[in-house]
Design a binder for this molecule. Structure first.
Ligand code: WQD
Length: 332
């Protein structure tokens, strides 16, 4: 088991947002890392202090060669498409890359002797939760092709656990946000449709106004509630999940959230505090598919992985604001 934890970690999608923060957390924990990324969505400059192999997760030969050359013993698998709306317009991309690609990757890793996998899953596998906070026993009811692709890979990993010596941890992320505290890496807002980067854009670029999708929900301030979790806390959950597997842990799915629900207007209030000015926004109609409220019950994560979020919404917004402001200056 010690040998497993001494070996190199293969991080697919390590040039992406959560992936790049996880690479840094693994390096800080003393783990050797090799990043495997197609760079279709990831950015090479986001990879700090680790080699990168540019390739597709369906390329069996390249994955196998990478595992053998770098002495890989564990896998963290981020590489996936994650645009909910796009997944409903072009589902085949999601079945071929997110699902079939994951199978090809797992097969190549297993053949190379890698049998510990930490998988990037999502709270969206539960769809609109009937009960909050959301526990790991909540019904699996995906409401998009994207969410279904995550639920399917979770089940595929379960069956690999039944038919081989592969063991896995599927981490169900809630709303990832924020940037590294040293300002070195952060979220690329170019294609993001998520609230925090779009609020920062409206604040810093001044050429647009944020749309708040609905203020008539049955919540204290009428806007939807989510569990915003700092990307550094998410990264730490991956380090702990690898340690859990390396010391004999069985296959599980774990919710990774703070357990605290924040509304859209809470996020905008925090952003105004951080920036010293209001985010320009207009009220717009509800967005289809938005659950009214979802936030995690973090008890199982703490019990199983010994992990608990350390940062609150203020820390998330402060780090996001500092990052996007710094990028603005760099872009000028
Ligand atoms: C948050 C809230 C919007 C944009 C995300 C990821 C998804 C999954 C779960 C990982 C909602 C509101 C947003 C805007 C707004 N994570 N909003 N105006 O939909 O909760 O899902 O976390 O797999 O992949 O996307 O995140 O940031 O889009 O929305 O009012 O311009 O902000 O209605 O209430 P969401 P989000």
């Amino acid at each position: 088991m010690t040998q497993t934890l001494d070996g190199t970690v293969l991080v697919t999608g390590g040039a992406g947002y959560i992936g790049s923060h996880t690479v840094r957390a693994l390096r800080a924990a003393g783990r050797d890392v090799v990043v495997y990324d197609s760079l279709e969505l990831g950015r090479r400059e986001a990879v700090v202090d680790a080699p990168i192999v540019v390739g597709d997760i369906r390329d069996n030969d390249l994955v196998t060669a990478t595992c053998n050359e770098h002495g890989v013993t564990q896998l963290v698998h981020f590489a996936a498409y994650k645009a909910v709306g796009e997944s409903m317009e072009t589902p085949s991309k999601y079945w071929r890359n997110n699902v079939a690609g994951s199978v090809e990757l797992i097969e190549a890793c297993l053949a190379s002797g890698v049998n510990h996998v930490v998988f990037s899953s999502s709270c969206s596998v539960n769809g609109t939760p009937e009960v909050v906070p959301v526990t790991e026993t909540a019904p699996i009811r995906p409401e998009s092709v994207y969410a279904e692709s995550k639920a399917m890979v979770e089940r595929i990993l379960h069956w690999y656990g039944q038919t081989s010596d592969l063991r896995s941890v599927s981490l169900r992320y809630f709303n990832a946000a924020g940037a590294s505290f040293d300002g070195r890496i952060g979220e690329d807002w170019t294609h993001s449709q998520n609230l925090v980067p779009l609020a920062m854009k409206a604040l810093l670029l001044r050429d647009r106004r944020l749309k708040v999708f609905g203020t008539d929900y049955d919540t204290p301030d009428g806007t939807c509630i989510r569990d915003y979790i700092h990307v550094a806390d998410l990264a730490d959950a991956h380090v702990k999940a690898l340690e859990y597997l390396g010391t004999g842990g069985d296959t599980v799915a774990v919710n990774v959230g703070t357990g605290v629900g924040s509304s859209v207007l809470d996020v905008l209030d925090e952003t105004a505090r951080a920036a010293g000015e209001q985010v320009p926004y207009d009220i717009a109609p509800r967005r289809a598919g938005d659950p009214v409220s979802t936030y995690a019950d973090p008890a199982f994560a703490e019990k199983t992985l010994g992990w608990k979020a350390q940062h609150d919404l203020a820390a998330i917004v402060d780090s996001a604001y500092a990052w996007h402001k710094s990028q603005l200056n760099d872009d000028r």
